[in-house]
Design a protein around this ligand. Structure first.
Ligand code: ATP
Ligand code: MG
Length: 224
């Protein structure tokens, strides 16, 4: 297992109200699977992904990453794991507009202090279907679909165990959305990486191995 969540709870305070967003989430993500995470807007998908991705801490419950219990107090270890074990892809791409394509892809390896591995970045750009002629282009000149490919290449730069993608196709047209998820599947098969993909799209969910639905703060499995 890459990730196991046990009885994860998360509450937010909004004015005088307490929102029980995650109410005892149990789930596991296997080494080589693509899991879709569905649920209506506000059901807590992003909240959960931020916990699985070690960006935020749960109020209670346990998270096991590669079989080991995560210590949410150990900030340095969390940062190292986010950089080395987890890749992130977000809805709005989160690329750095001052950097060109290949610099964005190499960023995680620069943060890791493992240097600017240009060969690997070019290889990853190829794997996500970006022509090498695009490598030195400014990212703000790319289309949404191209930006998301660059973000996907970047998420893979440090060879993570899992890629966490929060509505990666929400801003793309249907054809580009399906292309991106197909590319994720190719990468899942060729380099044995797990993916968790939050999505509102039934069509995208059908391309995944399993579908988890967040409803009322708990997870249930949907027959795919
Ligand atoms: N930091 C916060 N403080 C207060 N409330 C929050 C915070 N983060 C999220 N929430 C609330 O928690 C609920 C779940 O939000 P979340 O973003 O996880 O939902 P989601 O399932 O990802 O929705 P969407 O499909 O629209 O992306 C929402 O009601 C949101 O307003
Ligand atoms: Mg969300």
């Amino acid at each position: 297992m890459i990730i196991e969540a046990r009885k994860i709870k998360k509450t937010f305070i909004s004015g005088s109200k307490t929102l029980n967003i995650l109410n005892g989430v149990n789930l596991s993500i296997g080494d080589e699977e693509i899991v879709a995470l569905m649920g209506v807007s506000g059901s807590g998908k992003s909240t959960l992904l931020h916990i699985l991705g070690l960006i935020n801490r749960p109020d209670s419950g346990e998270l096991l990453f590669l079989g080991k219990s995560v210590d949410f107090n150990n900030k340095a270890k969390l940062a190292k794991m986010r950089n080395e074990n987890i890749g992130f892809v977000f809805q709005f791409y989160s690329l750095i507009s001052e950097l060109n394509v290949i610099e964005n892809v190499m960023l995680p390896s620069l943060i890791k202090n493992s240097g600017s591995n240009k060969e690997k970045a070019l290889e990853l750009l190829g794997a996500v279907g970006m022509d090498s002629s695009m490598a030195y282009k400014a990212v703000y000149k790319l289309s949404g679909g191209e930006m998301q490919r660059v973000a996907l290449a970047r998420s893979l730069m440090n060879s993570p165990d899992i890629v966490i993608a929060d509505e990666p196709t929400a801003n793309l047209d249907k054809a580009s959305s399906i292309d991106i998820v197909k590319t994720m599947r190719d990468i899942n098969l060729s380099s044995k990486k797990a993916f968790v993909i939050a999505t509102h799209s039934e069509e995208i969910a059908c391309m995944c191995d399993r579908v988890l639905v967040l409803n009322g703060g708990i997870i249930s499995e949907k027959n795919n």
